[in-house]
Ligand binder design. Structure first.
Ligand code: G3P
Ligand code: MG
Length: 249
């Protein structure tokens, strides 16, 4: 059974503010969202930062890989100017600070573990350890950890089995149920473009939560909910609000 929010702002504030930044998070919160998805990876010094791409160049100026820099170097980089001049000076958030802000403002988190190539185990273990300590004694508010990386999920499972996990897939693979059980996942997160109604029924019949990314059209969101999809994230927080799922049901 899905016990989590049903509509999440993707990467903090969708596409209305620079992704994976405090400005994005605040934009989502201004739109009423108290549930977000965001991406976390490790810097060179093993400190997790909030970032989607494993390399610089798109959302932060520069070149090379995120893993070539220490966290404080990344935290000094401009992660907002690419989006608009008014966001210049917005920085790459440190995961601990970002998560702590979410926690203290009642924003529920789906943390996507995005390991730099070759750092899957370390990423899953580190993020899970920090999240578990942050939510010790408050497990009902704990974040859901999702990843395309089975190794990252397994590491998270070993370090903090008490935190919920979800397998993230582009397309549901034939062995999806085996993978989900291997990491004791509570849910499957799938690209809605590849999901079929029969697959949605199968995931639900097996007792897993079903989450779709990234749903940006209200009609499509309503259709997916009609298929039994429990929840989804959206870039279009202006078109699809946090109460969307309760309104269409
Ligand atoms: O977690 C769902 C979604 O964010 C996965 O894709 O590339 O947007 O991180 P991506
Ligand atoms: Mg993501």
């Amino acid at each position: 059974m899905w016990r989590y929010p049903q509509v999440l702002a993707h990467r903090g504030g969708g596409t209305l503010a620079p992704e994976n930044t405090m400005a994005g998070l605040l934009r989502g919160m201004r739109a009423g969202f108290r549930a977000i998805e965001y991406d976390v990876m490790l810097a060179r010094d093993g400190v997790p930062v909030v970032m989607h791409d494993p390399f610089l160049g798109r959302t932060v100026p520069g070149s090379g890989h995120v893993f070539d820099y220490d966290a404080l170097e990344l935290a000094a980089m401009d992660a907002g100017g690419w989006f608009g001049r008014e966001y210049e000076g917005e920085t790459v958030p440190l995961f601990v600070e970002f998560a702590q802000f979410c926690k203290s403002h009642g924003v529920w988190m789906n943390i996507e573990l995005k390991p730099a190539p070759g750092h899957d185990i370390e990423t899953g273990g580190t993020v899970a350890r920090i999240a578990a300590a942050m939510f010790a004694g408050e497990l009902e508010r704990a974040p859901l950890l999702s990843s395309f990386s089975m190794d990252a999920l397994l590491a998270a499972y070993e370090v903090a089995p008490q935190l919920p996990r979800a397998c993230l897939v582009n397309e549901l693979p034939p062995d999806w149920e085996r993978c989900a059980r291997a990491v004791d996942a509570v849910a499957i997160h799938v690209n809605h473009r590849h999901l079929t109604p029969a697959q949605a029924r199968a995931v639900k019949a097996a007792g897993f939560g079903l989450f779709c990314y990234t749903v940006n059209e209200p009609a499509r969101a309503a259709e997916l909910l009609g298929w039994g999809v429990d929840a989804f994230c959206t870039d279009r927080i202006d078109l699809i609000g946090p109460e969307f799922a309760t309104r269409v049901k």
